[in-house]
Design a protein around this ligand. Structure first.
Ligand SMILES: Cc1cc2nc3c(=O)[nH]c(=O)nc-3n(C[C@H](O)[C@H](O)[C@H](O)COP(=O)(O)OP(=O)(O)OC[C@H]3O[C@@H](n4cnc5c(N)ncnc54)[C@H](O)[C@@H]3O)c2cc1C
Length: 222
């Protein structure tokens, strides 16, 4: 007897989509999330066509499209000179655009879907600290509310706990990669410019400035 067919560690965008896909297959899912509430930071600014196909499979695409802007081209400028325009309309598939949508809205939509799915339980404030696999049973150990301890068992555990994954370390899975040496700033600003619904990249000598449109007349700049 196990606590769930699948345990998902981490309720970021990847963990929430993984939980919804597993539930879609008729599996019973437990999501363990370390943080007791969600962040509202400016993070990812868009969803690419293959990811839109995945959320369509989950029946969520109309919610995403209603909350985003379909970016159909990127304009690349050097100073005031337009160097190039890249159009996405040649991309095969149902969605020949990048959907500009702030990550916290993406997470809102996914979290609502999670809370409405009868076969998914979400436990926030539950930090997984260790994982062990024994035959066809996996156990996640951790703590909640500072002193409480928990352990849950499942048939399959999905480590979706981000770049510094505790589950990856616990299972000794190697990671090739490292920190990006570049520094960048990112924020959401009121935008009274004339760039409209295109994305624009500016190439000043000091680096790269990117503009992505957002609903309500603002833009994410990085
Ligand atoms: C400032 C910033 C700007 C970014 N800008 C962009 C961008 O422009 N475009 C882009 O594509 N991407 C951007 N990203 C990256 C994007 O946010 C990530 O790719 C995305 O969040 C990854 O999703 P994830 O679900 O894999 O991981 P995360 O979003 O990191 O989610 C992991 C979740 O696991 C939880 N967790 C961690 N450890 C444990 C544990 N031990 N037990 C239980 N839960 C745990 C965390 O609390 C978190 O909720 C940006 C990120 C940051 C921080």
């Amino acid at each position: 007897m196990v606590d769930a067919d699948v345990i998902v560690v981490g309720a970021g965008p990847v963990g929430m989509v993984a939980a919804l896909l597993a539930a879609h297959q008729g599996l019973d899912v437990l999501v363990l999330e370390r943080d007791s509430s969600r962040h509202a930071q400016s993070r990812a600014i868009g969803i690419t066509p293959p990811s839109l196909e995945i959320v369509q499979h989950l029946g969520l695409c109309s919610s995403f499209i209603a909350n985003g802007i379909a970016v159909r081209s990127v304009r690349i400028h050097y100073g005031s000179r337009l160097l190039w325009t890249i159009n996405f309309d040649q991309i095969d598939g149902t969605y020949p655009f990048v959907l500009a949508i702030p990550q916290h809205i993406t997470e809102d939509i996914l979290e609502k879907a999670l809370l409405h799915a009868p076969s998914i339980r979400v436990l926030r404030g539950h930090a997984v600290q260790d994982v062990s696999a024994n035959g066809n049973r996996v156990t996640a150990y951790g703590s909640y509310a500072r002193q409480g301890r928990f352990h849950f068992t499942c048939r399959c555990l999905l480590g979706c706990d981000g770049g510094r994954s505790t589950t990856r370390e616990a299972l000794g899975i190697p990671f090739r990669g490292g920190a990006d040496p570049h520094t960048f700033l990112m924020g959401d600003f009121e935008d009274s410019g004339t760039w409209g619904e295109d994305a624009c990249f500016f190439l000043p000598l000091e680096g790269l400035l990117k503009h992505f449109p957002s609903l309500m007349g603002s833009a994410a700049m990085s």
